[in-house]
Write a protein that binds this ligand. Structure first.
Ligand code: AMP
Length: 595
């Protein structure tokens, strides 16, 4: 194995490499750097992002640039603004100790005047998106006549984005004697045709297998009913409290819808798509990079160029139309030696597309059973217990409250205290899942045997009956589901009473509760008031014995809006579900309905 010192780099570049902490060349660097520092001509490198390809072409490029000249000597084309900025940043790092190298990123969506001014000052290396560069060439601002090296980075992405004509046009502008390097994750017909047209006897390098995905990415799928996709997505997030991933959708609309639903349901998620302004996109990407977001719901186009190395999950909420896009998506996890998983939510009609993708990546995808409520609760509970075990409790502020807290809880022994603390946390999750329908894949249990037992939560665990209660309040009292839930919660001493169907009528209403809570709740509510009215509650004449899973969701849709902020995944960090939101009817409005 060759090391950086033996490659022929100048001391300045070696110093930069050392400062960046690169100890050994990565495989693509081992292969590309000696060729570039030698006299080899054109190079095609099939390598995914995350393999170290920027340094593979960037280090030799920086070394080869003559900073005494004022001309543009190298051109790097890439698909997105983000990638432009990232490459420019990396090259600037490589050039830290090698004189006054001028590198400029030019891309669409930013002021062209500033870029023109930058180019006029003289630039050694231009890093550009194709469309903007065409503009700049047209305005006479970008001059490519002295370019000796052209790098097409993520060439397949550029073609996917429709840049073929622009690339052709640009390559016509660059002197024929140049060296051309083409980096692509996949080798498609279009890539081969660019190579034929603009490259001379290129050396072909493949990192990993051609058209195959990284070895440390496992591929799995949930076979789901189309209507259950969103619920399954939530289960994935709930089952993986530390998830950090991208959820790929097909359209901007779908992306926004899914992100909005997740946000409403309290997950730490946001959307990234082309309908957002550049400023909004930058803000979202920055949040995601900083890990202030756990789930980024994105379109393929918008996610391009987002350089995040250590995703735990790639979730294909919708399979891509173009199977090759799958390779790009899944290549975003399992980077830098880490393992990752790419999960697809597939409905029956999509099985064929899945098989096509399996053939492309040359791997068989594993069917996995949808996590059951019990499994999710267990996972969340132990995640929380682990955090409790490892928390460093050294806030001075807590000290002053401790004596009083100790005194108040003196009657509870350690076991009881523990039970209560755990119950407080666990109940919230159990609440979410105990009444939810079990999501069954349209797939046999045999097929769905991945890692776990495949054992399903039995419906018997949560018996199917609710007790239906009558209450003497209705819509004309300003009494809506929110008020009902608030009323119940404020009279149950912190216990979460599972509520089923709510039927609101004009002057009275019915609602269903878990039978185990009914008596206590009736007693408590009969002592309560609502807007100065005495509340009266009793068991309704008829009892609902409809199986719970007959309801599309056992709780009214409004509950979805009432979760704590950013419950997510790290739900254990949420402050508990304290439905304190203002009702749709402000106090003034409510008065209108008072009798
Ligand atoms: P890239 O494929 O160019 O996006 O690089 C992926 C990541 O690998 C970047 O964070 C680089 O900083 C890092 N990297 C590149 N070369 C090396 C190396 N030789 N040793 C360690 N890390 C590297």
């Amino acid at each position: 194995m060759i090391n950086f010192e033996e490659m022929g780099f100048t001391p300045g570049i070696l110093k930069a490499i050392q400062e960046l902490g690169f100890e050994q060349p990565m495989p693509v660097q081992e292969k590309v750097i000696p060729l570039m520092l030698g006299d080899a001509g054109d190079i095609i490198a099939l390598a995914q992002t995350g393999t170290g390809k920027t340094a593979a072409f960037g280090l030799p490029l920086v070394q080869a640039t003559d900073t005494e000249l004022n001309s543009t000597q190298a051109l790097i084309l890439c698909p997105t603004r983000e990638l432009c900025m990232q490459i420019t940043g990396d090259l600037t790092d490589y050039a830290k100790f090698t004189g006054k190298l001028k590198i400029l990123a030019v891309y669409g969506g930013a002021s062209i005047d500033n870029q023109i001014r930058g180019l006029k000052k003289g630039v050694h290396i231009i890093v550009a998106t194709p469309g903007r560069l065409i503009d700049l060439i047209g305005r006479g601002a970008a001059r490519l006549s002295a370019v000796t090296t052209v790098v097409l980075d993520e060439a397949d992405e550029m073609l996917n984005m429709g840049f073929l004509d622009s690339i052709n046009e640009i390559l016509e502008e660059v002197p024929e004697g140049r060296r051309t390097l083409l980096f692509s994750a996949t080798m498609s017909k279009e890539i081969a045709s660019i190579a034929r047209k603009y490259m001379t006897d290129p050396v072909e390098i493949t990192i990993g297998t051609k058209n195959s995905s990284a070895d440390n990415v496992s591929h799995a799928y949930y076979l789901v009913h189309a209507k259950d996709k969103y619920k399954v997505l939530k289960r994935i997030a709930d089952f993986e409290p530390d998830i950090y991933g991208i959820v790929f959708c097909r359209t901007r609309k779908e992306t926004q819808e899914i992100a909005s639903k997740l946000i409403n349901d309290g997950y730490n998620a946001d959307a990234l798509h082309g309908d957002l302004s550049q400023v909004q996109r930058d803000a979202v990407m920055q949040k995601f990079r900083m890990r202030n977001l756990q789930l980024l719901v994105a379109t393929d186009v918008a996610a391009r160029g987002l350089d995040v190395d250590d995703l735990t999950h790639v979730i294909n909420f919708s399979l891509p139309d173009d199977t090759e896009v799958y390779t790009h998506r899944s290549g975003r996890t399992g980077r830098a030696g880490k393992t990752g998983i790419s999960i697809s939510l597939v409905h029956l009609r999509e099985r064929h597309s899945l098989q096509q993708i399996e053939r492309l990546v040359k791997k068989q995808f594993k069917a996995i059973p949808i996590p059951t409520g019990t499994e999710i609760c267990g996972k969340q509970l132990f995640n929380w217990v682990n955090k409790l075990e490892n928390v460093v409790a050294e806030h001075q502020e807590i000290e002053k409250f401790l004596p009083e807290i100790k005194e108040k809880l003196a009657g509870l022994d350690r076991e009881e205290l523990l039970r209560r603390v755990v119950t407080l946390e666990f109940d919230r999750f159990l609440d979410d899942y105990r009444h939810g329908e079990d999501l069954i894949s349209p797939v046999s249990e045999k097929e769905a045997s991945f890692g776990r037992s495949g054992k399903r939560e039995s419906r018997e665990e949560y018996p199917g009956n609710y007790t239906r209660l009558f209450i003497n309040l209705g819509k004309t009292d300003g009494f809506f589901p929110e008020q009902l839930i608030e009323l119940v919660n404020s009279n149950t001493k912190g216990r979460k009473v599972p509520i089923g169907k709510i039927d609101l009528l004009k002057t009275f209403s019915f609602f269903e509760v878990d039978p185990g809570y009914a008596d206590d709740l009736i007693a408590a509510l009969n002592n309560a008031t609502f807007d100065n009215r005495r509340v009266a509650v009793e068991v309704a004449q008829e009892k609902t014995d409809r199986p719970r899973n007959e309801f599309p969701q056992s709780r009214p849709a409004k509950w979805a809006d009432r979760r704590p902020e950013k419950r997510s995944t790290g739900r254990t960090e949420s402050k508990g579900r304290d439905f304190k939101r203002e009702s749709k009817f402000g106090k003034k409005d409510k008065k209108k309905y008072n009798r």
